[in-house]
Design a protein around this ligand. Structure first.
Ligand code: 147
Length: 688
């Protein structure tokens, strides 16, 4: 692909630092959470878990990420599950819960320079004070968030760099100002506020309010489709794609990621107005009207940085939950150790292995731009001016569509371009070349291959660009396509499955039980460890799943049909739940968890039981009395074909015929209402 060709001056790509530089580069990141996206990673075998963490974070190995964004758990369903709050209640404060602390430590262990960014999706009920509005008492909410930042520092010596507001929900100007004051008062002047993890609309308020403008360090927009808005641009603020990607991580996902990593800067620097209409021949058309070089208000140095953060960091939630495989890589089998290093890992490496946070982009026209026949290029320079990196992508439209927003049509053709070095760059006589080509129609992928050095003669090198390719040209030595032996093969979820929850660190989530509503953690009574559901009231929700006063964990395999599910339970006297259930054939989780169908056996505190065809107990198949005294009991459900048998403490409760729908799904345990409930000795077995 690299060979001398006739030089066509119209295809000159100029790289010239004497014409100046643009904005600092703020790094490429991954997002763990929003929510529970790293759930299954936690109990991987240590060997594979370390390999996966190396692919994500180890510099010069794989994705070599520069930013890790995490959810600040709020006891709420935030897409693929719930993550625990550090304060379930006003009287509670605990920094041992969940896996985000662990993940941040593992990331920092590998790359001490990685930036950390925290953002809540929702909040425990007491923050809303009986409402669904977290700004009911803004001092309380700011205190809650700053405690999380203090906990990171005091418990783990983790320095949080960036803090957000409320994911994709409304912001509150007084809250943002109060958050800044609270941070400053507690010694966190260096924690920068990113607002508001939604659209660009906060730009209007920033424009009107100098104090607000002063406390916001970056505008974080989600899924910007590579465009910023004129208003956002004119604030002069740092602009970030603070959540992006969310695309199935096959070749098209890799294409999406390559295109937006470059074009979020190339296009986002400028502003565009999309004009739509119907042409003479009746077709819809879109024109991008370019508005170039509209400088922000204020003068002097650009203070605008740029970053793109992938939702999610790693797709580590069960197949069958929403957005399966929408991560940089995939790890869904802790029991086998199998995992996948997917295309976005190597696409990320094209930029991250040859840049650092604090490098600067060259200028549009002299180092950044669109290619003559489609695709884009960005040039970046190290702070000392000694190293430069160029990333070129030629993703075709149909091979780089992301989940959202819509992608207007554009053409890409094979093309010959001449990289032309001017200014101080004319001293570079060779650069290292790294190459990827996403394979379609049976062609294999070529991912992050070293092509060795290319010579620049009189500051020029001519290259032949094909379709769906990424090239890095860099003066940086090193670069490595890290590898480990193939992980163990895929295998089904192991049955029989037993967990007595002994041996866990206290307050950890139970392995493999993917909490969809409610917060479950391992606690001890001094002799015995068990799992307790901790949420007492409907939280300040991110989505509807949390507003039904019920909690559920799914486990296993969403294709299971016949199954035996058993668990021991006990309901505490104070703040107890109204009952518990075991279930099978549970057909969904995520924000739709409240609509899940399945076969649910509820043992209720009012002395009855119900067999329900749905989680919300609106389709009752069978019911009757079932008295239990306080203390531990064992609830069992046996499902085979059209029949279900239920038992309490080994005595049959029912033996009935059940509907054929849903035909398959996860096993589950949960509570009939929020309130405390304890579980132990989970047992799942196949039926034959
Ligand atoms: C985002 C969330 O912030 C993530 O937690 C995750 O749910 C992700 C999955 O793609 O989506 O939320 C969005 C949901 C819908 C839209 C945009 C973002 N949308 O329809 O434009």
């Amino acid at each position: 692909n690299i060979h001398a060709s006739p030089v066509d001056d119209s295809n000159v790509l100029l790289f010239d630092d004497s014409l100046g530089l643009e904005r600092p580069f703020d790094g490429i990141g991954g997002l763990s959470g929003g929510g529970a996206t790293s759930k299954l990673l936690v109990n991987y075998p240590p060997t594979q878990r370390n390999e996966i963490l190396d692919y994500l974070f180890k510099p010069n190995f794989g994705a070599s990420l520069q930013i890790l964004k995490v959810e600040i758990g709020g006891d709420i369903q935030s897409t693929d599950g719930t993550e625990a709050s550090h304060m379930h209640n006003s009287w509670d404060e605990n920094y041992e819960r969940g896996y985000e602390w662990w993940l941040m430590l593992e990331a920092k262990k590998r790359n001490p320079n990685i930036k950390l960014y925290g953002l809540p999706w929702g909040f425990p009920a007491w923050i809303g004070q009986g409402t669904q509005n977290p700004y009911t008492n803004i001092t309380l909410t700011a205190d809650y968030i700053v405690r999380w930042i203090s906990g990171a520092k005091n418990r783990y010596n983790l320095i949080i760099d960036y803090i957000g507001i409320w994911n994709e929900r409304n912001y509150n100007i007084d809250y943002i100002k109060t958050l800044r004051k609270t941070l400053d008062a507690r010694g966190f002047q260096n924690v920068l506020i990113v607002a508001a993890d939604g659209g660009w609309d906060i730009a209007g308020d920033i424009d009107k309010d100098a104090e607000l403008s002063g406390v916001i360090s970056a505008i974080g927009c989600h899924y910007p489709g590579t465009w910023s808005s004129p208003d956002a641009y004119n604030t002069g603020k740092t602009l970030w794609a603070s959540e992006d990607y969310s695309t199935y991580n096959d070749e098209i996902g890799g294409g999406c990621w390559a295109r937006i990593l470059n074009q979020n800067y190339v296009n986002g620097y400028m502003t565009a107005r999309k004009v739509s209409g119907i042409s003479d021949d009746g077709l819809n058309w879109d024109i991008m009207v370019w508005v170039r070089d509209r400088r922000g208000k204020g003068t002097g140095e650009w203070v605008i940085m740029r970053t793109t953060i992938s939702w999610d960091l790693i797709g580590s939630y069960y197949d069958g939950l929403p957005y399966y495989r929408d991560g940089l890589m995939t790890a869904v089998q802790p029991w086998s150790g199998n995992y996948m290093v997917n295309t976005p890992i190597w696409i990320t490496a094209h930029t991250t292995q040859f840049t650092s946070v604090g490098w600067r982009y060259l200028k549009h026209g002299s180092g950044v731009g669109l290619l003559p026949k489609g695709g884009s290029y960005v040039g970046l320079l190290s702070p000392d001016g000694n190293q430069m990196t160029i990333v070129i992508e030629t993703m075709t439209h149909d091979h780089s569509v992301c989940i959202r927003p819509g992608l207007p049509w554009y053409d890409v053709h094979p093309q010959i371009v001449t990289l032309t070095l001017k200014g101080s760059f004319s001293r570079f006589t060779e650069m290292n070349v790294w190459y990827s080509k996403l394979g379609f129609n049976g062609a294999p992928d070529v991912m992050f291959q070293s092509l060795g050095p290319i010579k620049f003669i009189d500051g020029k090198a001519t290259i032949n660009l094909g379709l769906d390719e990424v090239y890095t040209f860099t003066t940086v030595a090193g670069g490595l396509k890290g590898s480990y032996p193939d992980p163990p093969p895929l295998s089904p979820f192991p049955l029989p499955y037993i967990d007595d929850f002994e041996g866990y660190a206290l307050y950890q989530e139970p392995n493999n039980l993917a909490q969809q509503t409610g917060a479950y953690e391992v606690i001890s009574d001094g002799q015995n460890q068990f799992v307790r559901q901790m949420v007492l009231n409907n939280p300040v929700a991110w989505c509807d799943a949390d507003l039904h006063n019920k909690s559920i964990n799914v486990i296993g395999d969403d294709s299971w049909t016949d199954l035996f599910v058993q668990v021991s339970f006990r309901i505490p006297n104070v703040n107890g739940s109204s009952g518990v259930f075991v279930a099978a054939r549970v057909d969904q989780g995520g924000c739709g968890a409240n609509s899940a169908k399945g076969i649910y056996f509820f043992a209720l505190q009012d002395g009855t039981y119900q067999l329900s065809n749905d989680f919300l107990r609106t389709k009752i198949l069978q019911q009757g009395s079932l008295s239990q005294d306080p203390g531990w009991h064992t609830l069992s459900l046996f499902i085979q074909g059209p029949s279900a048998l239920g038992a309490l403490d080994g005595s049959a409760v029912f033996n009935v015929t059940i509907p054929t729908s849903p035909a398959k799904g996860f096993a589950a345990i949960g509570t009939d209402s929020y309130g405390l409930a304890d579980f132990d000795d989970l047992y799942l077995a196949s039926v034959s």
